[in-house]
Design a protein around this ligand. Sequence first.
Ligand code: ACO
Length: 421
Amino acid sequence: MNSAKLILDNKEYELPVIVGSEGEVGIDITQLRGKSGAITLDSGYGNTGSCESAITFIDGEKGILHYRGYPIEALARQSNFTEVAYLLINDKLPSKTELDNFNYSLTHHSLIREDMKKFFEGYPPSAHPMGILAAMISSLSAYYSQKDDMDLNIIRLIAKIKTLAAFAYKKLIGQPYIYPRNDLSYAADFLNMMYAVPSEKYEVPKVLEDALDLLLILHADHEQNCSTSTVRMVGSSEANLFAAISAGVGALWGKLHGGANQAVLEMLEKIQKDGGNYKKYMDMAKDKNSGFKLMGFGHRVYKNFDPRATILKEACDKVLSELGITDPLLDIAKNLERIALEDNYFVERKLYPNVDFYSGIIYRAMKIPTEMFTVMFALGRLPGWIAHWKEMRSNLQSRINRPRQIYTGNVNQKYVPIESR
Ligand code: ACO
């Protein structure tokens, strides 16, 4: 199969077919408008490939997710977050020396410039940490130039994002900032900056460090989702790395994307306050006029199961039992999950719990405040965003992203000056 035929207005057009390394088929329509005057229309881009990419493969029907050809299950079980970040960005697993050097760089670039602390001071305590994070990442461009070595800026960003995120949290709760420590792993250092206070000795519990490392791995990339496409879109104009990633943080914030983990917990709290009547909310989710959706259910791509959710469900049970947590919200979550998996409405539409459903529950068990949930997602997704930005910038053929549209507005309007209207 190397071409497809399109008949439009009785004329036949031959379109090249691109086949990916896992057998995915795409019809290349880049020349279609030039030849026929027509464009393709696909609102929400559900059926549109925006690029060729060698980073992540997803088969939504079979519930498959691979980073650089490695199954997510193997990476979740045997790897760790910084190794996965290296893999995504450099397209190979590191040797022991390469990983040691990478980790050394990530710790030795984790401080932020002292004057950046003043930026945090300017925010009201009610500021959402995602807004602060987006602004801080963009602000890094004031200190580190696009003319600097690209790999060094990438290291700086991965190293500093956890400091920025933890400082945003300390701002939220009004505590003094805790500085990064070079003797801790990436996940442990972040948790230490979140939970340590200057007056007490604090050691990050291993169960929390492991749970966070797993969460970061599972969120590290997911091909052309809303935030990654945003990073590529902004990067396509040759905007700098920090500007492109900051835009990705903005896209992730929304509750239909990364903000869903926060929305899941808010939904569970709402159901609890309303007497715990989860059946009422199941009925509302099925009623199109209610405007209510079951947060943490459904996915644009996964129509069988989300492999990340399968891994997280297991981790969730482990974390809760190791921490000895009983929580009425978790009972509501389990009931919603059980009913949704049996209910025809959800089964027919293939609406399964997604990664955000379980991640929200684990974050709550880790005592991470709800407003920080999406920030945690951003920390995990950063290597994926960077890998896509780098892939696009290294491709000399890539062009500025500029979709077309079908205009449906007024035509032939005659301008009437304001005094005559
Ligand atoms: N609750 C109730 N009904 C739902 C839900 C839900 N969570 N999700 C989808 N549906 C219904 C839709 O109303 C639609 O019904 P219809 O066919 O009768 O009209 C059908 O299922 C198909 O859904 P779409 O909205 O067309 O699916 P789409 O691919 O556009 O949206 C999305 C996917 C945004 C994830 C959606 O399922 C949703 O809003 N889920 C809740 C938010 C959420 O959890 N987002 C996190 C996604 S994962 C991530 O970003 C990491």
